[in-house]
Design a protein. Structure first.
Length: 377
């Protein structure tokens, strides 16, 4: 078994949660940084991290890390990397990446230089003038930041947020990794009633059901590294078997509701596709009028924001109506994500805690109401 360094990019605000996940998976040397989490491990770690991570975006294997202020330094840094240990003679190795605060800021030029250096290195090692690239895909990624280049091999393929259950989103889909983080921040473990009154395509209730069951989110999809010639299939089989053995069996009370019947139908289809249809109830209903489905529980939701689906004033009226409706819901903890800076004013109460999160490029706050401050006894 080899020992590799890995980088897991995350949505801003989720790095600490992803770091905790990796520690629970017993990964080595976990370090949390802005926008990413680093860790060490072997081939088994590749399979386990890809299958089990709920809040990371992908698992990147670090191939090289070097200073690159000039194109010559960039070329030499890639050329000196032991690419032949990872990319076979027929491997298809496209290049993509980004540049930030560096002297080399042209992404297409950097891509071309990296491709040229990798081709020369591999051609020399395999004793050929031309590489066919007809085999499996070995996606190279680079990050050029502050004149430092890190070269990666992407082991995930499609981003880890693509669990495979959501064929079509609604108008404002919530990324699965963010939905999972929202559920994890409520400390939901499957015991309480869990309700999303703005369920849209069902992402939050589906992620809640996966967390309640302790189901590995990547169990129903494939990963790029499954086609790597140096990754034994037994490792993937063992990691999947381990994940299945860790699942819980139980009855859970999870409800998703929405005032758009099309969203409810879509959410039901997505839950069935995730293999969780029997664990989640969905129903039509206006969040500001629906009677509470239980005396106590957790509400976690992503109501419409003014800048996306409704006019801002309309969203503000919705928050006010929701606040009035939930004012005396003493047994319920409430977790609401929105980009509205005056949310607490319209909702009618200051949050007990707030956490900055990003929904795509939209800066949001996650408002957490965890203490009962409703009707005075």
């Amino acid at each position: 078994m080899s020992n590799f360094e890995f980088s897991v990019p995350c949505l801003f605000g989720l790095e600490g949660i992803a770091g905790d996940e990796l520690r629970r998976l017993n990964m080595e040397n976990v370090r949390v940084e802005n926008g990413r989490v680093l860790f060490s491990g072997d081939e088994t770690a590749i399979a386990r991290a890809n299958l089990n991570l709920r809040t990371g975006e992908r698992v990147l294997l670090v191939l090289a890390d070097f200073e690159a202020k000039t194109f010559e330094q960039l070329f030499q840094g890639v050329y000196r990397s032991e690419l032949e240990a990872f990319i076979p003679k027929d491997g298809n190795f496209p290049v993509k990446g980004h540049c930030l605060n560096s002297q080399l800021m042209s992404v297409p030029d950097c891509q071309a230089i990296i491709k040229k250096a990798a081709s020369r290195r591999l051609g020399e090692k395999y004793g050929v003038n031309w590489l066919p690239e007809t085999g499996a895909k070995y996606q190279l990624q680079f990050s050029l930041m502050n004149d430092r280049c890190v070269l990666y091999l992407d082991t995930s393929g499609a981003g880890l947020h693509k669990r495979g259950y959501r064929a079509v989103g609604n108008d404002a889909p919530l990324r699965e990794t963010l939905a999972a983080a929202m559920v994890m921040l409520t400390r939901y473990r499957g015991r309480e009633f869990f309700w999303d009154p703005f369920c849209g395509s069902g992402t939050i209730p589906i992620e809640a059901a996966m967390i309640a069951k302790n189901r590995a989110p990547g169990l129903r999809r494939r990963f790029a590294a499954e086609a790597f010639d140096w990754m034994p299939q037994e490792i993937w089989q063992a990691a999947r078997g381990e994940a299945i053995d860790k699942e819980f069996r139980g009855d859970y009370r999870i409800l998703g509701s929405d005032n758009d019947p099309k969203c409810v139908s879509l959410a039901m289809a997505n839950a069935r596709k995730a293999g969780l249809g029997e664990l989640i109830q969905f129903r039509d209903g206006d969040a500001t009028k629906l009677s509470l489905p239980s005396d106590s529980g957790i509400i976690a939701c992503n109501p419409p924001y003014g800048q996306r689906m409704m006019e801002q004033q309309s969203a503000q009226r919705l928050y006010a109506a929701l606040g009035r409706h939930l004012k005396f819901a003493d047994g319920w903890k409430k977790y609401i994500i929105t980009s509205e800076p005056e949310f607490e004013h319209y909702f009618g109460r200051r949050a007990d805690k707030k956490r900055k999160l990003y929904n795509g490029m939209i800066k949001c706050d996650y408002y957490m109401y965890t203490e009962n401050k409703g009707r005075k006894k």
